[in-house]
Design a protein around this ligand. Structure first.
Ligand code: HEC
Ligand code: HEC
Length: 306
């Protein structure tokens, strides 16, 4: 809140408190004026249908309680903030109270993280409480791309199967998350021409045992030997050091649902692909990455949700 508004509110509060006290004092009467007969109670002079209003002084207990609450309000204003950046005699602010609570919650969480950080990934992958934390972190940070439960989507690898672009060991997973990954599949449309792309696509289909055109695939095989083995391997098994996918397991990173698989493969070859896994090393602390990795690791180990 800006200084102007907090001073504005403080001034109104002061004026209201002082005004109420003034109203009380101005209306206060301690002794009964005028000539009254012995035992007669003074009246205000107001009469309604023969009922008259007494004019007694305020009871002392009521009066003093009113004064006490006015004093309480003034003391409260001094102790707690209200005047611009004046923090009050106790130095209390909403922000500092919030921060204190966050800090204390974090201290509890930190202890938990430390215990998990000192535990090996394989052991964590068998610890349901750790996996629950890992899954929560995963769903918050990763599911946007990899889907809830890591099932993947077109262009985003399925992390719950045992097919890995870069490797499924605990180290490889931590590396993927911390440093990020860049998959670079060059575009071959210019080098191969349309026919070349179709030929080699049919050869790729044949690697996974999918329906293919014999003649095209035979021509594609020699193109493959020339242009593709350096990354995807002689037999099409892929290369994890480059993130080059295995082409013979019938698991596809790029398989847009509204097009046939053959078209998707042609598209990959013709235009190339550039999958980017953002690095999370700066965004997430190491303890969190450790827990997320345990969760991701567990997905392909057991294929079970904790
Ligand atoms: C902006 C989207 C995006 C986000 C967010 C993201 N990823 Fe990825 N991730 C990708 C893409 C795309 C790839 C594949 C990179 C490639 O094609 O080479 C990938 C690859 C990976 C791999 C390697 C998979 C393999 O087969 O080797 C792992 C492990 C992984 N991500 C885990 C995570 C985790 C854990 C998180 C959350 C901390 C996360 N990712 C967040 C897009 C994302
Ligand atoms: C420089 C290394 C390299 C070369 C050479 C290369 N690729 Fe790739 N290829 C990759 C990488 C890396 C990916 C994964 C891209 C990504 O993660 O976005 C890929 C992806 C693919 C895909 C998509 C796989 C999927 O699961 O959707 C196909 C199909 C493919 N390549 C076929 C070929 C063919 C055919 C050739 C030869 C004409 C070839 N590649 C040459 C590195 C290469």
């Amino acid at each position: 809140m800006s200084d102007f508004w907090s001073i504005w509110i403080s001034v109104i509060t002061f004026v209201v408190i002082l005004g109420s006290v003034w109203l009380l004092m101005a209306n206060r009467k301690t002794e009964v004026k005028g000539d009254l007969a012995e035992g007669e109670i003074p009246k205000t002079g107001h009469a309604y249908d023969g009922i008259e209003e007494y004019d007694n002084p305020l009871p002392a207990w009521w009066f003093w309680m009113f004064i006490a609450s006015a004093v309480f309000s003034l003391v409260y204003l001094l102790l707690y903030p209200g005047l611009g950046n004046y923090k009050g005699l106790l130095g209390w602010t909403q922000e500092s109270q919030w921060q204190e609570r966050v800090d204390s919650a974090n201290r509890v969480l930190d202890e938990q993280y430390e215990i998990y950080a000192a535990t090996a990934i394989d052991d964590l992958a068998a610890d349901p409480a750790a996996l629950r934390m890992g899954r929560r972190l995963f769903n918050n940070n990763c599911s946007l791309c990899h889907g809830i439960g890591g099932v993947g989507a077109n262009g985003f690898p399925d992390l719950s199967d045992s097919d890995w672009l870069y490797g499924g060991s605990a180290e490889a997973i931590i590396h993927s998350i911390t440093q990020g990954r860049q998959g670079v599949m060059p575009a071959w449309g210019a080098a191969l021409g349309d026919r070349g792309v179709e030929d080699v696509a049919d050869f790729v289909m044949s690697l996974s045992g999918l329906p293919f055109d014999m003649q095209r695939a035979a021509r594609g095989a020699s193109q493959y030997q020339m242009f593709c083995v350096s990354c995807h391997g002689r037999d099409g098994g892929g290369m994890q050091a480059l993130g080059a996918p295995n082409l013979k397991d019938n698991i596809w990173l790029y398989n847009q649902a509204d097009t046939s698989l053959l078209e998707n493969i042609r598209h990959s070859i013709r235009n190339g692909r550039n999958g980017a896994m953002p690095n999370h090393g700066e965004k997430l602390r190491a303890e969190k990455i450790h827990l997320i990795s345990a969760y991701v690791y567990s997905l392909s180990q057991t294929n079970q949700q904790p």
